[in-house]
Design a protein around this ligand. Structure first.
Ligand SMILES: [Zn+2]
Length: 311
């Protein structure tokens, strides 16, 4: 089985690609697993050794000796963690931040977060459980279960980027819990907006700096056509974030376009492209985006705590 992914090629394995993968491996077309990962980053851990994916059964269990309950997630882990760490309060506040910003209804879904203590254990488990997935720091996986609702799972490990990765993946999970479908570019643009702590107000300094240095030719029509994960590279992530930031931070007209679009996605998995609607509210949206990026101010960064395993 040849997967069309390189280790840094695409952060997201959408349903279609994964269904094809599992179909080939298991003959099961009905499996609707949908892994979504944190975007590729320059500091992405190196791919595991060249050991090929095999049909070896799962040889390791996910963490679960202990659990920490949040307001909408359960964190499974095998080590002691400091439950007073500010990260947990921040994660508890994420649904309110996401749903109020996007004018979406609250969700009752519980997200299962499996937190491994080491990168090696995490990667070994992922290779065994989700064969052939490209290595990523974190994955969101929606697994269908009887009754129609998905089981929402996040897998990651205790690394330096835990906070960003958890916020990114939990944003995917929150969106999935209330929307029928989320277009690839929009899903990643929204996760990129909410992955940084609230005081950043959606501003990603690295994206902003890269886009300002250019060259940058925004093209939302092209972005909206992307269906295949291999087409979604770092430039597409940056552009997706930029369009989301434009819509949420330039004025009520553009914001309403996004709100209306998300409302449509609550009941219609394919409401059509967003660009024609945005063009009605924002003349020459590409130029508007370029102008917007010149005006965004970068909030002062604040030190973030690092969750540590307590030995
Ligand atoms: Zn993502």
């Amino acid at each position: 089985m040849c997967m069309p992914f390189s280790p840094r090629s695409s952060p997201v394995v959408r349903f279609a690609a994964l269904a094809a993968l599992f179909s080939a491996l298991t003959g099961c077309d009905a499996l609707r697993t949908n892994p979504m990962a944190a975007p590729p980053r320059s500091e992405e851990p190196p791919p595991p050794s060249s050991a090929p994916a095999t049909s070896t059964p799962v040889s390791t269990a996910p963490p679960g000796k202990k659990h920490t309950r949040g307001s909408y997630y359960v964190l499974y882990h095998d080590f002691e963690i400091d439950k007073t760490d500010p990260l947990f309060a921040e994660l508890d506040a994420l649904p309110e931040q996401v749903f109020s910003e996007l004018k979406l209804p609250p969700s009752n879904s519980i997200v299962q977060v499996f937190l491994f203590d080491t990168q090696e254990r995490y990667e070994r488990y992922m290779r065994a459980k989700y064969r052939n997935l490209p290595p990523r720091r974190a994955y969101f996986i929606a697994e269908p279960r009887t009754g129609g609702t998905d089981e929402l799972k996040i897998f990651t490990w205790l690394g330096d980027h835990l906070s960003t990765d958890l916020r990114h993946e939990l944003t995917h999970a929150l969106l999935r819990s209330v929307l029928k479908e989320v277009p690839l570019w929009l899903d990643e643009g929204l996760a990129g907006f909410f992955e940084l702590p609230p005081h950043q107000d959606g501003v990603n300094p690295q994206h902003l700096d890269t886009l300002r240095r250019g060259p940058f030719q925004p093209d939302l029509a092209r972005l909206e056509k992307l269906k295949d994960v291999v087409e979604m590279q770092k430039p597409e992530y940056r552009e997706a974030w930029a369009w989301v930031h434009l819509m949420l931070r330039t004025g009520p007209g553009a914001k309403k376009v996004l709100h209306d679009y998300l409302q449509a996605l609550r009941t219609d998995p394919n409401p059509g492209p967003l660009l024609p609607k945005l063009s009605e509210a924002v003349p020459e949206p590409e130029q508007a985006l370029a102008d917007h990026l010149t005006t965004v101010e970068v909030p002062k960064s604040r030190p973030r705590s690092r969750v540590n395993a307590q030995k």
